[in-house]
Ligand binder design. Structure first.
Ligand SMILES: C[S@@+](CC[C@H](N)C(=O)[O-])C[C@H]1O[C@@H](n2cnc3c(N)ncnc32)[C@H](O)[C@@H]1O
Length: 304
């Protein structure tokens, strides 16, 4: 077929379908592996540095203890497809939900504090609250929370969630409420680990097989020594059956509000006490893999 430009007749080239680049993606994200060099903004290393917190896109930094939106962005690019449902069992101020909307994903968030859940709802439109973001007020360790999430998944026409986000309190570092179910309010760190494990197990059961879970957590000092909350929670995730895929160290430039003006004092204390001030937290990545789990269980039975 020909088309006319000015006075010349130009032959329109017939498309050579054999050279049309094919899109190659994994089952868990939309990254076109045939154009992988174009995704330089997607992090694949184990050290994440963000010079400042993202403030655009409906995010505000009013909630002490929230994570920076860039964490959600990175997780969604790597571990979700468009329209997937993200399950966040410690929803807080809803950072994961806001970013889900911004990036064409959906979200179910569970938060213990009813007044917070109500306030966070105001960040979304009435339509979004019906179709894209479901906020549940419950104790994420409970059977009731699990049932409520399952009911919302049904409404969203998904059997299970496609990404699990766990950003628990870092034990008692920030006290979120006085409620006994609040993981920042446990009577001991051991009780915190046990409570975390219950929430993570609910998350495991609600997550689609072969999909990913992200645990965002930091450590704490107590009585002059480090309490490795991150590594113990990591072990609890593995105990439940998750495969451990990555441990990322993220700098805390963007969200370290607590120290502020007290930073020089903390430096003095560090020099005096022989410890180092935390400037990092962890983002630990896990995958649910039922086949692998069954294999391990079979091997364990043979050994015992
Ligand atoms: C570290 S904050 C999460 C912040 C959130 N990622 C954000 O960006 O706003 C932990 C949240 O977990 C909530 N929480 C504590 N124990 C809980 C439980 N058992 N079930 C559900 N939520 C809980 C707290 O009220 C708090 O809002």
């Amino acid at each position: 077929m020909a088309r006319r430009t000015n006075t010349k007749i130009v032959e329109k080239p017939i498309a050579d379908l054999s050279v049309v680049p094919k899109i190659k993606t994994t089952a868990y994200n939309d990254i076109n592996l045939n154009a992988w060099k174009e995704y330089d903004y997607v992090k694949t290393d184990t050290l994440w540095e963000f010079p400042s917190r993202l403030k655009e896109g409906g995010h505000s930094n009013e909630y002490h203890g929230n994570f920076i939106p860039q964490i959600a962005q990175q997780l969604y690019w790597r571990y979700t497809k468009e329209n997937d449902v993200v399950l966040d069992l410690f929803f807080g101020s809803g950072t994961s939900g806001i970013e889900a909307i911004n990036m064409g994903r959906r979200c179910i968030g569970v938060e213990l504090k009813d007044e917070l859940a109500e306030k966070v709802s105001e960040k979304f439109t009435a339509k979004q609250l019906v179709t894209d973001v479901n906020i549940i007020c419950a104790d994420s360790a409970s059977e009731l929370a699990k049932k409520k999430v399952q009911a919302r998944l049904d409404v969203m026409r998904k059997e299970k969630a496609q990404l699990l986000i766990l950003h628990p309190p870092y034990d008692d570092i920030i006290k979120f409420s006085d409620r006994k179910e609040d993981l920042s309010n446990c009577e001991s760190t051991e009780a915190f680990y046990d409570g975390f494990e219950k929430v993570a197990k609910n998350g495991y059961d609600l997550l689609e097989d072969k999909r990913f879970a992200a645990l965002i957590i930091g450590d704490k000092y107590h009585d002059g020594e480090i309490v490795s909350l991150g590594f113990e929670c990591q072990e609890r995730m593995k105990k439940i059956g998750f495969r451990h895929k990555a441990t990322i160290v993220k700098d805390m430039q963007g969200n370290e509000r607590a120290k502020g003006k007290l930073a020089p004092l903390w430096r003095y204390r560090a020099l005096m006490g022989g410890f180092n001030n935390f400037k990092h937290e962890y983002i630990m990545i896990f995958q649910k893999d039922e086949k692998h789990l069954r294999k391990i269980e079979k091997l364990n039975k043979l050994v015992s």
